[in-house]
Design a protein around this ligand. Structure first.
Ligand code: SF4
Length: 191
């Protein structure tokens, strides 16, 4: 993982390297059973050099805390694209194609039981454009024998708070699956 990290930190394979301040490789337990996958770093992440530290990240941490999940133990967090697209635009298909092999390598190394794509861009990387986040979120899917639970991106929850109720139901499924497959004693104050 350290070798891969060093390679990614010096990557110049796409134009996003020209405007980035930091490459955001990922963060968490490198043997975590859950891999959380966002779209791309935003402004705060790019300036600070860590994934999900802005408003979306704070909300994500709150949800994880309610589930009893921490970055230290239960999850690893990364993105499909490791450098910030200017103005927080959606990464282009070309940028995604260029960068996503790094994510696939991370999946191989971490070997998580559960993948959690946050939002449409991350979902598309695994299942193509015909899968809609609004239709498949909250449903267990399968990707090369790994369980996948697509959920809304926390930025979508900040824009549309009415999505929070459904999203919490999705996270409860993840906690229950975690107890079923990984740790029957897993504690959450809310599930
Ligand atoms: S976004 Fe990915 S492919 Fe593009 S420069 Fe950054 S690390 Fe390299």
């Amino acid at each position: 993982m350290e070798n891969l990290k060093q390679e990614v930190l010096s990557c110049t394979k796409c134009d996003l390297h020209k405007t980035r301040h930091h490459v955001i490789f990922g963060e968490g337990n490198i043997k975590a059973p859950i891999l959380v996958i966002g779209e791309a770093p935003g402004h705060d992440e790019d300036m600070i050099g860590r994934p999900f530290v802005g408003k979306s990240g704070q909300l994500l941490d709150k949800i994880h805390a309610a589930c009893g999940f921490t970055r230290e133990q239960h999850v690893y967090i990364s993105n499909i694209v490791k450098c910030r697209p200017p103005g927080n635009r959606v990464p282009t298909d070309e940028e995604t194609r260029t960068c996503v092999p790094y994510l696939f390598k991370q999946i191989e190394l971490i070997d998580p039981l559960i993948l959690m794509p946050l939002g449409a861009s991350a979902l598309r990387v695994f299942f193509g454009k015909e899968y809609r986040i609004t239709q498949v979120r909250g449903n267990w899917l399968n990707w090369y024998n790994r369980l996948v639970m697509p959920v809304y991106h926390p930025a979508a929850l900040l824009r549309n708070p009415h999505l929070k109720r459904d999203t919490w139901e999705d996270y409860k499924k993840i906690v229950r699956k975690y107890r079923e497959l990984i740790d029957a004693e897993h504690h959450s104050d809310y599930v």
